[in-house]
Ligand binder design. Sequence first.
Ligand code: LHQ
Length: 261
Amino acid sequence: MAYETILYHVADGVATITLNRPDKINAFNDQMIGETINAFKAADRDSAVRCLVLTGVGRGFSSGQDLSEFLNRDEEASIGEHLRRGYHQLIRQMVNLEKPIIGAINGIVAGAGMGVALAADIRIASDNAYFMLAFSRIGLIPDSGLNWFLPRIVGYSRAYEMAVTADRVPANQALEWGLVNRVVPAEQLPEIVAAWAHRLASGPTLAYGLTKRAMNRGWDMSLEEALAYEAYLQEVAGRSEDNREGIAAFFEKREARFTGS
Ligand code: LHQ
């Protein structure tokens, strides 16, 4: 499929989706939301893909919604409908996709771009990146799942502070708050992310996918429900080739060769 606002590339088990509207710091217009959803669907369907990377071209990951689409909107335009048709599908697609997604945070992250970044499973940020909620500066509330993701990741008070001040949270503070897993020198981001992606794509990816499902569903479960659900999913993992191979490799004192099956 030909994309115009993103780049999509698959190599060595890793699908890389690159937001590509650098003159607007990768602001999401309708086309880019649609193409990003389609790329995630393609990576989901492709059994050769075992790990995904989401990143951006230029000095930002994403500045959020392309505000030019809302500058002179007519009275009938519904932001709620825009969210339901676009961002909600994208966020769901990412969270329900049972393959690890690495957000390679290459710079500025603002507004809905932050919701998309937080829907990734692991975030590795360049040292010049910053996060900014931006919404309150234009009289809006956080959206794109941010009211769900952000307090769970950083705690309510930090999340609320970010929402009402719209202040920038630089990479080092983002690391301290748990918004990102690692901060790396900007020039080394591509190679460090590639090493992470290779590592994950060579792992027991069926188990990685089930882990993602267990942890995401677990947010809304009681302990009893979570115990029952993980026992059920462990039955599935326990019947995998990777489980057999992992145990054999342990006793043969060698590296396991996982296939994700
Ligand atoms: C942009 C944008 C942008 C268009 C930079 N749009 N052009 C959902 C549903 C419906 C409605 C509304 O919202 C939502 C969810 C949301 O995401 S709301 C939040 C939307 N995002 C923002 O409010 C952030 C707007 N951008 C900024 O505040 C700044 O650009 C930041 C702080 C991100 C970066 O500042 P600078 O480094 O100083 O760069 P800049 O402002 O000079 O931007 C570079 C260019 O990119 C510039 O264009 P120009 O033609 O002057 O070079 C900006 O107009 C354009 N751009 N963000 N979201």
